[in-house]
Design a protein around this ligand. Structure first.
Ligand code: NAG
Ligand code: NAG
Ligand code: NAG
Length: 627
């Protein structure tokens, strides 16, 4: 009995060490972000800081702020009673706090409540950076920890002292926290794994994990189906020391003769479900994944685990084979294959699936040993921060090279809300509620939008104009338009090259204004003698005197009998008469000259017979004619 109690204690301790603490033998990799001091010069430069395991690190992004070191409550364990909220237009405040006395998470929570944008915790001893983890369950921390949204980072002691010194001297200390390189992006697919557990009764951490899986399912499935990610679920097990394999405790917590164990769900061996039940369900979930993966539909795992949570909870005593198999059947998975994959839990031999899981627990490359549940690993880097859809999506998105990220990364799911403030400095059309500001996980981008299928074009900052077919339907293509007395004129031409052109009857740039042309006073039309002109908006009215009719196309008045068009016929007559007169004239000239020539010939002949006083003249005339 005493021996058994001792064993029980040893097992519990072992479990506790393995599952819940970070100080087990093995490598625990601290995820870092870069902290760059921009001013003052005395501290300028890059420093490492360790990303806290709660709050929301801005994976893929960066954040600038001014460091504040409070005069009182420097450890941040109490409410601050003052506000760190930055005034409009000022840089956000990062609060610097000292390590010690209370949980990291409580310091961050207090600072967040006082309006801090981020928290830097200065270590109190000289050591390598550690990860600030969330306190364990059943503490009062669980009430606030999931509400922490600001990022936090631990900095080393000496760097902390330098910052404090600068602040005490009255320097303005500006820093930039940068998470852009926190996740590597070696290729265009992000590999990520979630170390999870089917146990639903471990309190705060289990609830958080269940909530996350439910919440994240949609995004995970979209990413997986479109090939952007490769997800693998993992489950931690441990083995029972050889000497204890036949003990009651190992028998209740392990399968395959002590090879694969998980802690008792209630941590009480005498009641409820046993650790063994959890191992079996974990194994089933692994096999569901494998079988689904074989049929090229690995995302069914998400459906299975969420359905199982809902349909087979421990609380309702439904956490069993029968219920699980019901879920498998309704998802249309091959039950036989899954059973085959699970093997015989009573066999005194290795289970291939679970053995691979135990091997995978050991750290590789940039990833440390997996010792904390739940653990998320993105591109072989341990994820730090809150296990929450938006935050995790941000981390996954940071695993893509900029511009190769899937659209879910650019959607509202991972908003940064930078568009709320001054529209992010982007173009907007307030009256039509159209904006170029887009929230993405990398921060806001100014990009001309597509509205009702019509693409806007422009720089996104100062201008965006609807272009292409249909553009005139949207805010009139950014062109001038106006309505008077029920008549509308528009300077927009559909299918145009995006230019605005004032309609006929108007002049102007077509964008800001088009002005009516006064055709009457500018003598553009209606100028015939019988015409009387009256300008209208966008046009003119022309009437003719007497009973004449105005013909707009010819801009002239005609008789109502309309058999002859006066002016045209007049012109023809004028030409005809002109031609006739010219012909006559030419003829007369010819006749005159002929006659005068003959006259002079006759005179010359006659002169041969009688003297004439004008003889010289006649000769010269004759000479001229012959020349
Ligand atoms: C945390 O947030 C939830 C919902 O937003 C709220 O109901 C709850 O009171 C918050 N907890 C604390 C400690 O502020
Ligand atoms: C899932 O299938 C892919 C190929 O379809 C393979 O590369 C991957 O290793 C499989 N994962 C597991 C855990 O079997
Ligand atoms: C503007 O559009 C957004 C979404 O497109 C909507 O949420 C908001 O209510 C709209 N505001 C106005 C004033 O119409």
């Amino acid at each position: 009995m005493g021996c058994s109690r001792g064993l029980k204690a040893a097992l519990l301790l072992g479990v506790a060490l393995l599952i819940f603490t970070e100080s087990v033998v093995g490598r625990f990799v601290v995820e870092k972000n870069s902290l760059k001091v921009m001013s003052p010069d005395s501290v300028k430069g890059n420093h490492d800081s360790a990303i806290g395991n709660f709050g929301i690190p801005q994976y893929g992004g960066s954040m600038a702020g001014a460091v504040v070191y409070p005069k009182d409550n420097q450890k941040g364990c109490d409410d601050f009673g003052i506000s760190f909220k930055a005034k409009a237009g000022a840089m956000p405040n990062f609060v610097l706090l000292d390590r010690g006395e209370c949980f990291f998470a409580l310091k961050v929570w207090n600072a967040q409540n006082a309006g801090a944008a981020a928290v830097l915790v200065a270590d109190y001893i000289d050591e390598a950076l550690i990860t600030m983890d969330s306190p364990e369950e059943k503490s009062r921390a669980e009430k606030y920890i999931s509400n922490i949204t600001i990022p936090s980072a631990l900095i080393d002691k000496s760097f902390g002292e330098k910052l404090k010194e600068a602040i005490n001297k009255g320097d303005m200390v500006n820093v930039n926290l940068d998470w852009r390189e926190a996740v590597p992006h070696p290729d265009d697919r992000v590999e990520y794994e979630l170390w999870t557990n089917s146990n639903d009764e471990c309190g705060f951490k289990c609830d958080m994990l269940m909530e996350f899986v439910k919440d994240f399912k949609g995004a995970a499935q979209i990413l997986e189906k479109s090939g952007y990610t490769q997800f693998t679920p993992h489950y931690i097990t441990w083995y029972c020391p050889q000497a204890f394999t036949i003990s009651k405790q190992c028998k209740s917590q392990c399968i395959n003769h002590g090879r694969y164990c998980t802690p008792d769900p209630e941590q009480d061996f005498s009641t409820g479900y046993e650790g063994k039940d959890v191992v079996i369900e974990n194994l089933r979930q692994l096999c569901v994944f494998r079988v689904a993966n074989e049929t090229k539909k690995p995302w069914i795992w998400w459906d299975y685990v969420t359905d199982f949570q809902i349909r087979c909870p421990m609380k309702e005593k439904k956490y069993n084979n029968e219920c699980a198999e019901g879920v498998i059947k309704s998802l249309g998975l091959d039950l036989k294959k899954i059973k085959k994959c699970m093997g015989d839990p009573e066999a005194d031999s290795d289970n291939q699936v679970l053995k691979e899981e135990q091997d995978a627990q050991v750290g590789k490359g940039s990833r440390g040993d997996v010792t904390i549940l739940p653990t998320l690993v993105v591109n072989n880097r341990q994820y730090r921060g809150k296990l929450e859809k938006g935050a995790v999506l941000k981390a996954l998105c940071a695993g893509f090279e900029e511009t190769t990220e899937p659209s879910v990364c650019l959607s509202g799911d991972v908003e940064t809300n930078e568009c709320l403030d001054n529209n992010g400095g982007c173009w907007e059309d307030k009256s039509n509620n159209i904006t170029a500001c887009k929230d993405t996980f990398r921060g806001r981008v100014c990009e001309c939008p597509v509205v009702n299928g019509v693409q806007f074009k422009g720089d996104g900052y100062s201008s965006c104009v609807a272009s292409g077919p249909g553009r005139c339907k949207i805010t009139n293509g950014g062109c001038w338009h106006d309505t008077k007395n029920g008549i509308t004129f528009s300077a927009c031409v559909d299918n145009d090259d995006g230019k605005c052109t004032c309609p006929p009857g108007f002049k102007g740039d077509g964008v800001k204004s088009c002005e009516d042309i006064d055709e009457c006073s500018e003598k553009k039309a209606c100028q015939c003698p019988e015409c009387s002109c009256k300008n209208t908006w966008g046009s003119y009215e022309c009437t003719c005197s007497r009973d004449l009719l105005y013909i707009r196309d010819h801009d002239t008045c005609i008789s109502k009998r309309a058999t002859e068009v006066r002016s045209a016929w007049t012109a023809v007559w004028v030409i005809f008469l002109g031609l006739a007169m010219a012909t006559c004239g030419a003829y007369l000239v010819y006749r005159y000259r002929l006659r005068s020539y003959m006259d002079s010939e006759i005179r010359a002949i006659m002169a041969q017979y009688m003297p004439l006083d004008s003889q010289n003249e006649v000769v010269s005339h004759a000479n001229e004619e012959r020349a």
